[in-house]
Design a protein around this ligand. Structure first.
Ligand SMILES: [Zn+2]
Length: 438
């Protein structure tokens, strides 16, 4: 019964043509689904107004006006894509990007393990081409280069692409879509493997991007994409992974639908622990029948259907969980400050900015935060104006509590910062609900 229900909804989401302009037009004041162009009538969660989470401020900018945009997430009742309206264009966000992948040891290890696995699985060699979309500073492709496998990065942020090129990773400074894919084909750069890690959420025009994958992929090629899994966001209350740069939040059901519309079949899927719980999908051309669809795809799809992701009511209860989480974090901080304790942050990730702005936490609660990325030192968090220092500041100021903002790296951070226990310091993790690690 359920299987027929799902195929019906797949048919209902008709194939949308790639558009030149990603921005959905409005009818009756409603914005339209970025994939199927259905009007979006249902709220998933409304986090109020927030600044762009990567727009760190210099000291001169502190006294100026700061743009805030709505963080109002909606869900499409036709294709179940959870999405945020595109308030700011990717050109504004990604052309100079403060996020360098190589500042996380866990993420680097994840990348090199992936490359070992996929090279073996697909038997890639000197004749192959591995392409990564949003290749950042070459954190992943450098592993192919070391193995002598030709690699090409596509990265719109010139400052991070430059770092990749200096590492020996050839990189096109461009946004990826059908046009870039056609240029790659014309240059003989069709890929055996296309990789997209944590990029799909940041794509305003999904149809142009996935259409581009179809064009840039060799007939027998494989594309793997990793993205945070919507079911984990919902079950573990990860509302702070919502920010303006993340336009879409995917279930397997929704993403399978989008790929199918572009002639691509998902033939395997892995559940992986990164970013609080992600999935890695494996796609091939629909015509390539050399790769049968693995049972893992069917199983995960069934578990999403059981969790209610193919019905609207499952999406309507998320808002209340988010409000409860905000209250519990504020209660903890109010109590700590009432007892005269000091609180510092660890990390200055995008997710921290959503959390702090939504909860209204400024220097009245958190004195400062620290980050390993020198690009952020001396700057201030957008909206909350909490100052960012090098990690050594924790040792110098000896706070009673260290609030871990990139909670997806909490094990790594607790290990690195074990020294805070010398003065009785404790770690605080805000998500899924506030918890203290002594
Ligand atoms: Zn839709």
């Amino acid at each position: 019964m359920r299987a027929s229900g799902i195929s019906k909804h797949m048919e209902a989401a008709t194939i949308a043509k790639p558009t030149q302009n990603a921005k959905a037009t409005h009818t009756d004041g409603l914005c339209l689904c970025r994939f199927c162009h259905n009007p979006l009538r249902h709220t998933f969660v409304d986090l109020g107004m927030s600044p762009l989470c990567e727009s760190y401020l210099s000291v001169e900018q502190l006294n100026r006006m700061e743009p805030f945009y709505p963080l109002h997430v909606r869900v499409c009742d036709k294709c179940f894509l959870v999405q945020l309206e595109e308030y700011v264009s990717p050109e504004d966000i990604f052309t100079e990007y403060a996020y360098f992948s190589s500042y996380s040891d866990t993420w680097l290890k994840h990348a090199s393990n992936y490359v070992d696995m996929i090279v073996d699985r697909l038997k890639l060699g000197r004749q192959s081409l591995a392409v990564e979309l949003a290749s950042n500073d070459g954190y992943l492709l450098q592993n192919f280069v070391r193995k002598g496998i030709p690699a090409l990065g596509v990265e719109p942020a010139a400052n991070v692409a430059k770092v990749a090129v200096e590492k020996g990773v050839p990189t096109l400074v461009k946004f990826f879509g059908c046009k870039t894919a056609q240029e790659m084909v014309a240059r003989g750069q069709q890929a055996d493997l296309i990789i997209g890690n944590n990029v799909l959420a940041q794509v305003p025009d999904l149809n142009d991007f996935v259409g581009g994958i179809r064009i840039a992929l060799k007939p027998g090629g494989v594309a793997t994409l990793e993205f945070p899994h919507l079911i984990r966001l919902m079950e573990e209350n990860q509302y702070d992974t919502i920010y303006h740069e993340h336009f879409s939040y995917f279930s397997l059901i929704a993403v399978e639908n989008i790929f199918r519309a572009h002639g691509l079949v998902l033939f395997d899927v892995d559940e992986i622990p990164t970013h609080g719980g992600s999935i890695r999908i494996y796609a091939r051309h629909a015509k390539d029948d050399s790769k049968p669809v693995h049972q893992r795809v069917t199983t995960l799809r069934s578990s999403e259907i059981s969790a209610g992701l193919a019905r609207m009511d499952a999406y309507s209860t998320f808002s209340d969980k988010v409000k409860e989480s905000k209250r519990s974090l504020l209660e903890f901080l109010i109590r700590a400050k009432g007892e005269g304790k000091s609180v510092a942050g660890y990390g200055a990730p995008g997710k921290g900015n959503t959390l702090l702005n939504y909860c209204g936490i400024r220097t009245d609660f958190v004195d400062f935060t620290v980050d390993r990325n020198p690009y952020k030192h001396g700057k201030f968090l957008p909206g909350t104006h909490i100052p960012i220092f090098p990690v050594e500041k924790i040792q110098e100021r000896k706070p009673d509590y260290v609030l871990i903002l990139p909670w997806n790296f909490k094990d790594e951070i607790v290990r690195q910062m074990a020294g805070i226990r010398e003065w009785g310091g404790k770690f605080v993790v805000p998500i899924p609900k506030v918890s203290v690690i002594a």
